[in-house]
Write a protein that binds this ligand. Structure first.
Ligand code: VGL
Ligand code: ZN
Length: 213
């Protein structure tokens, strides 16, 4: 695993969806999800620029199984924009489950990017919604600020971190995933698929102990 020297001007740390609902006890709990909190806080000390993302769904969101008659969580259905996994109701706007984990240091964040707020489209990626075309505006923000490399950590490795990493590459950023700062849902091979797609896309992988600078 490679070491990386952080460049305070061109590098940005994006911490993905470290929210109560993705942590143990939450509505869509990721196994050991709260373990990323201390790693994320420690990572922030290496960076001058930090962005947090927040999954932020309206009640009755189309990604919720409860919005589909007969639908069950973790089933796949066809939406106008393609396949979509159905989830338990989670990260409902303004709910406790949508709050950041109370241990996460949010004070260093220069931007909190909310996503998944359109009723009929889910958004795993922080760059594009699940139709792969509706932009969140993050590319423009990062370009305008002059950032060229994105370090990624958070939840979940195989969904929101995965798609954010792929889209960051697609948008021309160098991308480094900090593996010990992520945890996965791992649904029907999703984690293995995420690793191979990220590798193919040129997403580099490191761990938090290998950052310098
Ligand atoms: C996520 C499933 C549904 C994530 C968000 O943050 O990885 N996964 N919504
Ligand atoms: Zn969601």
């Amino acid at each position: 695993m490679s070491c990386f020297k952080v460049n305070s001007e061109r590098d940005v740390l994006i911490i993905v969806d470290v929210q109560n609902d993705f942590c143990p006890g939450g509505a869509l709990a990721v196994a050991d999800g709260d373990a990323v909190v201390t790693v994320a806080n420690a990572l922030m000390a290496h960076f001058d620029h930090v962005v947090l993302t927040q999954d932020w769904h309206p009640p009755g969101h189309s990604s919720f199984a409860s919005s589909h008659p007969g639908g069950n969580p973790f089933e796949r259905v066809m939406m106008p924009y393609g396949h979509q996994t159905l989830w338990p109701d989670h990260c409902v706007q303004g709910s406790r489950g949508a709050d950041f984990h109370p241990g996460l240091d949010t004070g260093r964040a220069e931007l909190v990017l909310r996503k998944g707020y359109h009723q009929s489209i889910d958004s795993y990626s922080a760059f594009f919604e699940n139709d792969r075309t509706t932009p969140t505006g993050l590319t423009g923000y990062l370009h305008t600020r002059g950032f060229t490399r994105v370090f990624l950590a958070g939840l979940a490795t195989d969904y929101c971190v995965h798609y954010t990493g792929l889209d960051a590459r697609r948008e021309g950023f160098d991308v480094v995933l900090v593996e010990d700062g992520c945890r996965a849902i791992d649904l029907e091979g999703s984690l293995a698929r995420a690793w191979s797609e990220m590798d193919e896309a040129g997403v580099a992988v490191t761990c938090s102990g290998r950052l310098t600078g």
